[in-house]
Design a binder for this molecule. Structure first.
Ligand code: NAD
Ligand code: TYD
Length: 363
């Protein structure tokens, strides 16, 4: 088992990263080290998502650094300042629709940003004789979307050939290949995880589940792309993060792990589930909400089906999902019902004022 002391989390103010940091510092008894969160605070990153963590662990076990993963001098200085021995690399441009409208940011952050981090890690993690340290790890967070699109049957395994279709998934595929190249070429200790669709608290409301919940609450149309029969495999965000922790501790160097919910849903069927839950919790008439479903023009290159075979992480590392879809959706709806201020601020960028107040010296 690896002993991890100083973890550089990139993109820790985003959806999955902030849930990861919270779980690591509040619920993971076998982690006693420090987390350094480097985040550029794009539209998707909100440090307010970690205000409880900042109050409890700020400047003892949790350190926020505002900056870009492409900023080489900054990243190098952070490696040295905090004696980083582990990188958990979440930072990315993450939304497919945005990548269709503006692919460049995806290439810059997802490809160049990952390259910058890898290259710094390989230089700083060398022993004085030039060999690579073996007590360090670069863990790269990736997606099942790199494998492309499935038909009605079959699953993505760790050996499925890459076949990305969107600028987002192709930028993630490129970054995965770079990580793999740094393992084979330079002996950098790396692991990669490819996860299916996550859902849960703190997700930016442009992704399917939070967008639909909020549109239902606000009486807005529910835009369903194409025929609504595209299939995604859904995993509660804490289950993704418990798999990441299992990999950090015991994953084999150079290995890739698929992570999934084993929980496939057609978009339209998922929407009906969500409508039932929102209606029950709010008293808004379900029939009325259903009347707002609007089939809209399909996303170009829309992948039909994703489905993950996650037997490797289960068999080799003893991981399993712990939150049922019903329980996870209920928790998620409850969270959005009681966090309307967070929603307002992240949508409007208002949280930047909170950043200025709390990080005035650094921002
Ligand atoms: P997100 O968009 O919610 O958050 C991304 C975070 O990265 C934000 O805080 C943003 O400010 C930060 N960031 C962006 N560019 C940066 C840069 N240049 N330098 C520093 N920080 C930067 O994303 P997410 O949904 O939390 O996804 C996190 C990771 O997980 C991504 O790598 C994504 O590809 C992967 N992933 C996501 C899902 C999903 O369903 N959301 C599924 C599988 C894999
Ligand atoms: P999304 O949350 O964007 O995740 P991804 O594209 O990475 O899987 O979308 C999930 C599915 O929902 C996908 O098939 C596209 C579809 N979708 C809609 O039908 N309407 C929407 O408004 C959004 C955002 C997504």
């Amino acid at each position: 088992m690896r002993s991890l002391k100083n973890i550089l989390v990139t993109g820790g103010c985003g959806f999955i990263g902030c849930n990861f940091i919270r779980v690591m510092l509040k619920k993971t008894s076998d982690f006693t080290g420090r987390i350094i969160n480097l985040d550029a605070l794009t539209y998707a990153g909100n440090p307010e998502s970690l205000s409880d963590i900042e109050s409890e662990f700020g400047n003892t076990r949790y350190f926020f650094e505002h900056g870009d993963i492409c900023d080489r001098p900054l990243v190098e200085s952070l490696f040295r300042k905090y004696n980083i021995d582990t990188v958990v690399h979440f930072a990315a441009e993450s939304h497919v629709d945005r990548s269709i409208h503006g692919p460049e940011a995806f290439i810059v952050t997802n490809v160049m940003g990952t390259f910058t981090l890898l290259d710094i890690a390989r230089n700083i993690w060398k022993n004085s004789g030039g060999t690579m340290r073996d007590d360090v790890l670069f863990h790269h967070i990736s997606t099942d979307e790199v494998y492309g699109s499935l038909g009605e049957s079959g699953y993505f395994t760790e050996t499925t050939a890459y076949d990305p279709r969107s600028p987002y998934s192709s930028s993630k595929a490129s970054s995965d290949h770079l990580v793999s190249a740094y393992y084979h070429t330079y002996g950098l200790p790396v692991t990669i995880s490819n996860c299916s669709n996550n859902y849960g608290p703190y997700q930016f409301p442009e992704k399917l589940i939070p967008l639909m919940i909020l549109n239902m609450l606000e009486g807005k149309p529910l835009p369903v792309y194409g025929d609504g029969k595209n299939i995604r495999d859904w995993l509660y965000v804490e289950d993704h993060n418990s798999a990441v922790w299992a990999i950090l501790k015991n994953g084999r160097n150079g290995e890739r792990y698929n992570i999934g919910g084993e929980n496939e849903w057609e978009n339209i069927a998922l929407l009906y589930e969500l409508i039932a839950i929102v209606s029950k919790k709010t008293g808004i008439d379900a029939e009325k909400i259903r009347g707002t479903i609007t089939f809209v023009r399909d996303r170009p290159g829309h992948d039909r089906r994703y489905a993950i075979d996650c037997s490797r992480v289960k068999c080799d590392l003893g991981w399993k999902q712990s939150v049922s879809f019903e329980a996870g959706l209920n928790k998620t709806v409850d969270w959005y019902l009681s966090n309307s201020e967070w929603v307002d601020r992240i949508r409007s960028g208002e949280y930047k004022k909170w950043v200025e107040k709390n990080y005035s010296q650094r921002v």
